[in-house]
Design a protein around this ligand. Sequence first.
Ligand code: GUN
Length: 292
Amino acid sequence: MQILDGKTTSEEIKIELKEAVEQRKIAGKKTPHLVAVLVGNDGGSLTYVGAKVRACKEIGFNSTLMHLEDSISENELLDVVEKLNNDDEIDGFIVQLPLPKHIDEKKITLAINPMKDVDGFHPTNLGNMVLNLPGFLPATPAGMMEMLKRYNIETSGKHCVVIGRSHIVGSPMSILMARNTNPGNCTVTLAHSRTQDLKSLTLQADIIVSAIGLPGFLTADMVKDGAVVLDVGITRVADETKKNGYRITGDVDFESVAPKTSYITPVPGGVGPMTIVSLMMNTLRAMELNGK
Ligand code: GUN
């Protein structure tokens, strides 16, 4: 069993990105500038957005956190998006999800200029992904693909079971793993809440991607010997022994599953850090796609 170390891999990528920023400077090109829009004070979102902005600073990107009151109206948020769309200084931006209930996430996502949509959530980018055309890939699936690539994990012809069909992780991951690319070329099963006899499917899987947000859901009896397991879960579970009162727990019962696997991502330190560097990679890509 080998740990897929997202922390170390992401640090390596950060060094590469930092070098790319320096090379851009030498060539007299613009420093990438990412804006993260956060509405309200959701604990998880505050943590993730903070990590994204910090990672930008580390690699020499400009970054701005726009922290807006959760009382902001949908129209006011649409105005913010429009301003960012039209601001030449801003190369890419994200609107952190979830948004407050009174704001329609679809409307906001559709309003983002696809050329600045470094989250890859706009239908134009999702369509480009399906067609294997240039665009932005959603950060979490892209981070997992990068991890598979850097660890030279063979995926061609393998059976990949993705658990969870969210728009931002499960569905795009199922598409990326099935594409005619490397990594990719898998036979993919996309399992979800209506799937019957999930265990019979996961037991056939060479690669399992679990993205449902249920702590400890995937247990050893569901995993074939030698499988590759990627754990996207990041659920906060109360833990009085921790200073902040919680610990982050994955979908996979790591203790029992890990010994059966060939490769497995830990939580924390697996998929999470890869998601953050994917966003940075997308922002650098925005410079290229936009000819800057
Ligand atoms: N909420 C959970 N994951 C993400 C993400 O990757 N991007 C945004 N914008 N919101 C999220």
